[in-house]
Design a protein around this ligand. Sequence first.
Ligand code: 8YV
Length: 313
Amino acid sequence: MPKVDILMTGAYPEWDMADLEANYNVHRLFEADDIQQLLSKVGSKIRAIATRGELGASCELMGQLPNLEIVSCYGVGTDAIDLAHARGRGVRVTNTPDVLTEDVADIALGLLLATARHIPQADAFVRAGQWGKVAMPLVTRVTGKKIGIAGMGRIGQAIARRAEAFGCEIAYFSRGPQLQVIYRFEPDLVALAHWSDALIVIVPGGAATKGIIGEEVLAALGPKGIFINVSRGSTVDEEALISSLQSRTIQSAGLDVFLNEPVIDQRFLALDNVVLHPHHGSGTIETRKAMGQLVRDNLAAHFAGMPLPTPVV
Ligand code: 8YV
């Protein structure tokens, strides 16, 4: 049987690339000098897109692939995929839920600890030979603090379990109360921020959550408040966040996601009260191997006419 033609929007680790190359005709959009030229040459042959969470698949791209059947996303967030376009054309969409939950939750807590306990600053302090010469400034405790979590899906719950182990009190904001959890539901994000010592955001990206963290929420979090974002840069009004950090309206932030990745707003770099992380919450070997496997399993199932392991559309 001839190999199916697939289009990749971005690179995967070498072990996934090798496997995909062995089983499909892989067309690398991310290496094309002229994207339009590549699309006009191979567009009509493409039956699948293999993409990544942050790269997605626009309606403009899918529109140039008349024989597209499936978009398989390496990532749980599908906000960058035009799901309405896919639905309208009967194009299937899959993602990689569950396998990355624990790692993203780990990095949420890691960023909280790094931000509150000044771990990057402490590392710089030791390397600069300051230890023993001046006192390391005292920092903020995490244990026992009030943690507000915006988003109580799988990752939100995994974050909450970790925060519980730190003896933290937990409340959450979500589309509605999540019956499977015991934490206090707070329908008002401003009220949640006001109550919280640290606010962790893990809502899905997309139109419904665009800019939900704005000036009012940050002001409510207050000058001792810590803000952590492991969701999408789009959930935050980044101007308001930068100005809150500059004016110390909030104490500090730990950020895994930004509005313009990877070319983030340069004003973040000048701030000493933010810990920056390059959208790498799921970036462990173990999880990335599982994500790549799931992308391939979804593609293989689709082309074998079998049920998709993790369908979104
Ligand atoms: C990945 C993500 O970093 O799962 C998601 O939605 O954004 C991340 O886990 C990304 O998809 C890998 O490129």
